[in-house]
Ligand binder design. Structure first.
Ligand SMILES: [Zn+2]
Length: 317
């Protein structure tokens, strides 16, 4: 099997949806989602895509709906395909959690090389990337961006560790819309190579669910519309995590081999999830991270292009 998503070169169909007055999401058949919320005289963009060129394509679509300048760029976590296009927005403020800032400093460079190797199609005109994206504003647990006029505010919240140590969600109370980053995927497989599986699948997803969102934009996949669909996306994320953890744990506790854990997790997850985007790509890295956690490695090991290939060769062959 071709390494990760290296053979996934077909263009995806992008869909720009207006979810409520001034609230937008661009989804793309399982490629990373982006969003935007209008303030009175500016726009807040959510996620930056992998390169300035890819970001410009998104901004051109956004310009079909509003010509307000982008004042704020909010990044839900540190991953390269979410952050490296930031320079294209010309935003006054780039916001992340404190922990995401630390992760960019600690492992942003290695992650860039890793993600470029895994998902080359997302890195359109990669030579234009000016360097790592460093936030200009960060926060510990919550932050509010007033939108001006009668537009209310946008709330940024840490819900706990999950997909990474630094994820945030973006909540727009006026329209009850939640941009959940990669903490929730709607009909797309989960990447958990940097995850804290137990916390994510319990208290973090519980906190995400407590918003009672009526619209949920996950990291990948379609927008969930209505409380039932939002809950279903959250619970489907939780089920993926629980199945993954349980499958790997059984083999680990029996002092088995990680290759058996991979086979067991694959067999357990495939019936429900194998037809979703990036399932085969993610699973080897996901299993490796659960295995590391069971070995007592609380802080995720840094993925490098070389380590990616080693794990792939060992688990997939
Ligand atoms: Zn991610």
């Amino acid at each position: 099997m071709a390494f990760a998503s290296s053979a996934d070169l077909g263009a995806k169909r992008e869909t720009l949806e207006t979810l409520a007055d001034g609230v937008y999401a661009l989804t793309a058949e399982g490629d990373p989602n982006v969003g935007a919320v209008e303030g009175e005289d500016f726009v807040v963009c959510i996620e930056a895509r992998a390169t300035p060129a890819a970001a410009r394509d998104w901004i051109a679509r956004l310009r079909e709906r509003t010509d307000k300048p982008v004042r704020w760029l909010v990044l839900t976590h540190y991953h390269a395909v979410r952050t490296l296009g930031a320079s294209a927005f010309g935003a006054q403020h780039i916001v992340t959690s404190d922990r995401t800032r630390a992760l960019i400093d600690e492992r942003g460079r290695e992650d860039w090389a890793s993600e470029l190797g895994r998902m080359p199609r997302l890195f359109k005109d990669a030579s234009e990337i000016p360097g790592l994206t460093h936030p200009t504003r960060t926060f510990g647990s919550s932050m509010t961006i007033p939108l001006g006029g009668d537009r209310g505010a946008l709330e940024l919240h840490v819900c706990g560790r999950g997909h990474t140590a630094g994820d945030i969600v973006v909540w727009h109370p006026t329209s009850r819309t939640l941009f959940a980053g990669d903490l929730v995927e709607a009909q797309a497989a989960l990447y958990t190579g940097d995850a804290f599986h137990d916390e994510w699948s319990t208290t973090t997803l519980d906190a995400v669910k407590r918003f009672r969102a009526e619209r949920l934009v996950g990291g990948r996949g379609a927008v969930a519309q209505g409380i039932d669909a939002c809950d279903a996306a959250i619970e489907q994320t939780r089920r993926f995590l629980r199945t993954l953890i349980d499958s790997v744990r059984i083999v680990h506790e029996a002092r088995g081999d990680i290759r058996d854990a991979f086979a067991r997790a694959h067999a357990a997850l495939a019936p429900a999830y194998a037809h979703w985007p990036i399932f085969e790509h993610c699973l080897p890295f996901d299993v490796q991270r659960v295995w590391d956690e069971l070995d007592g490695l609380e802080w995720p090991r840094i993925w490098t292009a070389e380590r990616d290939r080693d794990v792939w060769a060992r688990l997939v062959g």
